[in-house]
Design a protein around this ligand. Structure first.
Ligand code: GLN
Length: 550
């Protein structure tokens, strides 16, 4: 703040031509470059769908649900923002059209509009502008990404809101960047600029003139095409930025810098272009990836593998474990639901892998296959990492096969005589009791966000973390039922992490196995390329050790 006035500058990122252009990564890379120039950044996402948040959507529709420390269920792009910039996202960094409308409707019911007709302009657009400006103080830049593709009906209120915001804050505080695609037409041997021209026209029709175009392309943009785009789209030729396809995502900030994006942005805002940003950390990561020695294969046994975005943070965290160990990691995706009929067959898929990971999940379909995967890893001494559901199923497997209860189950699958995993309706958050109804709403009612756990010394968890208290992010309804402590002991399960009041097991492991760890939380959400998560680092290290034994 300066004299009570917000000084943060806004950069709005829109997308055109097609979806899946990587706006999230583009926004993150720009964030990295501005940070490297010494600026403080926040990144935000506005999603045009009508769900209040993505929490109730299937991951195969929308990709993973990313959970923030403060317990918001958000779009997976927030994961990219965190991984690249290292800035932990907050509830105030993600909003959907559904949430905006719910605010407007609540205000209308409350009588806040004093007799006025509630309308998209101004009520919905005001609510969007309030979201954009909220909770900013020390940030020099707020990069706001608008989900969807320009031209969609749903994104119109967001475009209108940013148009208004630029008028209110001034062009010197707001910049519009449009990400587009230049398709390469093989028959003509040319990159085509027309879809970009049309997309910019679409933006102009809602009153937005982009200041910069970030053009995704599979080959370099010839000067002639660059001039053409500049002329037709009314953008300076030097502000047509080439964004070539790139296999290593952590190289993208370096590539963008070479294209001059950060220099053009600081020029736009009349900020000094010198000194050059220091990108040595990113060069180091890329070098580690390129110079990886040896490859390990990790089987991920899940249910949502038809859309790999369902496991975005997980795949990145596994890659970070590889970066930390200077090894390449190949992920073998195994669809557990294919093995419901004959779960034992799943073990054929696991022959020769160096590690098995069962990730988070919901519902009964596919679980027998996942349990078979746990058993295989346990019996064959293959490093095993169970995350959330993968931890709960590891407990069920152990109690069924070693703990004397062959019918052990979870109440998630309905009533059963021995629910070793059960629904919790009361728990402690920040010293207060949180209460849920067992038949209440599904949206936003899980145990969500960061919670502390105490780690027992002398365990694998302690060896990985090297500290007694950790904070990790949760997203689940069910918990290990400690009434079965005797069966757990008989099954050889060690509880190496517990909630501070000692009531909820947060980490389980086996002392009789090279590396078998299950966690009730989602460590993948906190892993970053510059700070790989200790459990992923330890898991991949164990997989490397296993691969060398064979
Ligand atoms: N379905 C389980 C629960 O709700 C696990 C959830 C998860 O893996 N995120 O407790």
């Amino acid at each position: 703040m300066e004299n009570g006035k917000l000084k943060t500058k806004f950069i709005f990122i829109t997308g055109g031509v097609v979806s899946s252009l990587g706006k999230g990564i583009a926004s993150s890379a720009l964030g990295v470059l501005l940070q490297a120039r010494g600026y403080r950044v926040r990144l935000r996402k506005m999603d045009p769908y009508l769900n209040v948040d993505p929490g109730t959507m299937s991951p195969t529709q929308h990709g993973e649900v990313f959970v923030t420390d403060d317990g918001a269920e958000t779009d997976l792009d927030l994961g990219h923002y965190e991984r690249f910039t290292g800035v932990s996202a907050k509830k105030t960094d993600s909003v959907s059209a559904g949430r905006i409308y719910s605010y407007v409707l609540n205000k209308e019911r409350h009588g806040d509009y004093l007799g006025a007709t509630a309308q998209v302009i101004p009520h919905v657009t005001d609510e969007i502008k309030e979201f954009i400006r909220a909770d900013l103080d020390k940030e020099d830049f707020c990069i706001c990404e608008i989900g969807g593709t320009v031209g969609d009906i749903e994104s119109l209120p967001f475009l209108e809101a940013i148009r208004q915001l630029r008028n209110e804050e001034g062009a010197d505080r707001c910049m519009f960047i449009h990400v587009t695609l230049l398709p390469f037409v093989k028959m003509a041997g040319e990159l085509k600029t027309k879809p970009t021209q049309h997309s910019v026209k679409e933006l102009l029709s809602v009153g937005i003139q982009p200041d910069m175009l970030l053009c995704r392309s599979e080959c370099p943009i010839p000067d002639n095409e660059r001039r053409k785009i500049a002329l037709f789209c009314n953008v300076k030729p030097e502000c047509i930025i080439e964004a070539l396809d790139c296999n290593i995502i952590y190289q993208i900030p370096i590539n963008y810098h070479e294209q001059g994006i950060d220099e053009r942005v600081v020029n736009y805002f009349k900020l000094p272009a010198a000194p050059e940003p220091d990108l040595s950390k990113w060069h180091d990561i890329v070098a580690r990836i390129k110079e990886a020695e040896g490859t390990v294969t990790i089987a991920v046994v899940g249910k949502y593998i038809s859309l790999l975005d369902s496991y975005k943070s997980l795949a990145e965290a596994i890659a970070h474990g590889g970066i930390a160990n200077k090894a390449a990691v190949k992920i073998k995706w195994v669809d557990a639901a294919d093995f419901d009929e004959d779960p034992e067959l799943l073990s054929q898929q696991l022959q020769g892998v160096d590690g098995v990971l069962v990730p988070g999940g919901f519902g009964e379909r596919g679980t027998e296959g996942k349990i078979a995967a746990v058993k295989f890893a346990r019996e064959k001494n293959i490093p095993y990492f169970g995350i959330c559901f993968g931890m709960q199923l590891a407990v069920i497997e152990a109690v069924r096969n070693l703990g004397g209860l062959p019918d052990a189950s979870t109440s998630e699958f309905g009533a059963s005589p021995h629910c070793v995993i059960g629904l919790i309706t009361e728990w402690i958050k920040n010293g207060e009791v949180e209460i849920r109804k067992s038949n209440g709403d599904l949206g936003g009612t899980m145990r969500l966000g960061a919670y502390p756990s105490n780690i027992k010394k002398g365990t694998k968890a302690y060896a990985a973390y090297g500290q007694k208290v950790i904070h990790e992010r949760h997203r689940h309804r069910y918990e290990v039922n400690t009434n079965y402590a005797k069966n757990y002991e008989q099954a050889g399960l060690v509880f190496s992490g517990m909630s501070p009041d000692d009531s909820l097991p947060e980490i389980i492991e086996r002392a009789d196995h090279p590396w078998f760890v299950g966690v009730q939380f989602h460590p993948e959400l906190k892993s970053r390329p510059l700070e790989p998560h200790p459990l992923f680092t330890a898991f991949i290290a164990a997989a490397i050790k296993k691969s060398r034994l064979v």
